[in-house]
Design a protein around this ligand. Structure first.
Ligand SMILES: NC(=O)c1ccc[n+]([C@@H]2O[C@H](COP(=O)([O-])OP(=O)(O)OC[C@H]3O[C@@H](n4cnc5c(N)ncnc54)[C@H](O)[C@@H]3O)[C@@H](O)[C@H]2O)c1
Length: 387
């Protein structure tokens, strides 16, 4: 049981399933939210080194944790009201279904991607509809990065006019090494464009203010992981791609992904152009630029993006902190406030990623209808048992 002095009868009690890099990041964020009267009481992870790292971390700030090796025991333990799911992507589906089907309600924050296939996402979305006593939020946290959030405000405030083009460039370092190297294989991640780029497809859809219709992509594994072998298997994940997304309202999005681009000033550069103006966001510089066609180049303003609610920057520029803060408000509002990132948002971000992966594989333009219905109907038999 937790021993922290802030824990009271009214504390919101969290359990975390999966104590790898992100699980410990959630633990740290929740510790920095302790003044909001939250506490982590229990964790689940079958990997002893991950358990130990989490225990050491919790001990360093005076929390003791009940430890389980699996999520079912954690749910049976009755020590938490809220569950954070931060396990490898291919495990999300079964863990979510077990949480949703458990007689005791638990609010859930699930890491992105919601699941690795559209079929599994849809099953989770449908199952959650039967649980009005639970709030489920998807961890598409890039929405909360201060520069991105500021650009969202500018665009949603109408300053660029109706959005026509959204260009997102992510140029960064290769995928990190994960526990048991799960992230080296498409079958575990859903593919690079699902695994990491669901963040960007979510942002594109948000900026476009419309749903995706069709996707065209080109990509490959050209530089990274080529000499890696795991149990005789070579990684099959792509490390660079261009993806074009067309939206229902005529807006277009493009993703430029490169994962061998350590020599970049920014990791993410986002440009949104509307009929009357243009906004840009740069991360980690945390700068936003905004200008209009009428004012021209001289009129472009550069604004620093900051959010003084952030008490812990962590690995993602404070976005995990704000994500938790918003999730907590939704929990405390007891159903009067919907989660900031819904299961439907999670589903559509995966659908765009799946369509992009399929476009690369088949060398063709792929409609969202295809992945939501036809392709996915065929896919179901393969994906249901993946967990
Ligand atoms: N929000 C972000 O930007 C962001 C960044 C990194 C990772 N993620 C997501 O977080 C999740 C975890 O990624 P990570 O980087 O922490 O991976 P990781 O490999 O560092 O940690 C995963 C942990 O989950 C544990 N685990 C595996 N199966 C489990 C099960 N059935 N029950 C309980 N624990 C289990 C592993 O033992 C490991 O300790 C993934 O879905 C990933 O996509 C999100």
């Amino acid at each position: 049981m937790a021993t922290d002095a802030t824990a009271t009868a009214t504390a919101v009690r969290y359990g975390i399933i999966g104590m790898g890099m992100m699980g410990r990041e959630h633990l740290l964020n929740l510790y920095h939210l302790r003044n909001e009267n939250v506490i982590v009481t229990c964790i689940a992870d079958p990997h002893l080194p991950s358990q130990q790292l989490a225990l050491d971390l919790a001990k360093s700030f005076g929390w003791s944790l009940q430890v389980y090796s699996g999520h079912k025991d954690l749910l049976e333990g009755g020590e938490c009201d809220v569950v954070v799911v931060s396990t490898p992507n291919m495990t999300h589906y079964q863990i979510l279904m077990d949480i949703i089907n458990h007689p005791r309600p638990h609010h859930v924050l699930v890491e992105k991607p919601l699941c690795t296939s559209v079929a599994d996402c849809k099953k989770v979305v449908n199952a959650a509809k039967t649980r009005s006593d639970m709030i489920v939020q998807v961890g598409l946290e890039y929405r909360y990065m201060p520069a991105v959030a500021k650009l969202i405000n500018i665009v949603k405030g109408g300053s660029v006019g109706p959005v026509k083009m959204v260009a997102i460039r992510e140029h960064r370092f290769p995928f990190l090494v994960k526990v048991n190297n799960w992230n080296r294989f498409n079958v575990n991640t859903g593919g690079t464009l699902v695994e990491k780029c669901c963040h960007f497809f979510d942002l594109m859809r948000l900026f476009a203010g419309s749903n995706p219709v069709r996707v065209m992509a080109s990509g490959a594994m050209d530089v990274n992981h080529r000499d890696e072998v795991y149990d005789g298997r070579r990684p099959d994940i792509i490390d660079n791609a261009y993806v074009i997304v067309e939206f229902d309202n005529g807006a277009r999005g493009v993703l430029d992904l490169c994962m061998f681009a350590e020599g970049s000033r920014n990791e993410q550069e986002i440009s949104v152009v509307g009929e009357i103006g243009k906004g840009e966001a740069f991360v980690p510089e945390s700068i936003v630029r905004f200008g209009t066609r009428a004012a021209g180049r001289e009129g472009v303003r550069t604004l620093k993006a900051e959010d003084d609610r952030i008490k812990y920057d962590g690995l993602h520029h404070g976005s995990s902190y704000l994500e938790h803060l918003n999730f907590l408000y939704a929990i405390r509002a007891e159903g009067e406030k919907v989660p900031a990132v819904s299961l439907q948002d999670g589903l559509i971000s995966v659908a765009i990623g799946v369509a992009a992966q399929l476009s690369i594989e088949k060398h063709k333009l792929v409609t969202i209808d295809e992945v939501m219905h036809e392709y996915n109907a065929r896919d179901t038999s393969n994906t249901n048992d993946c967990c």
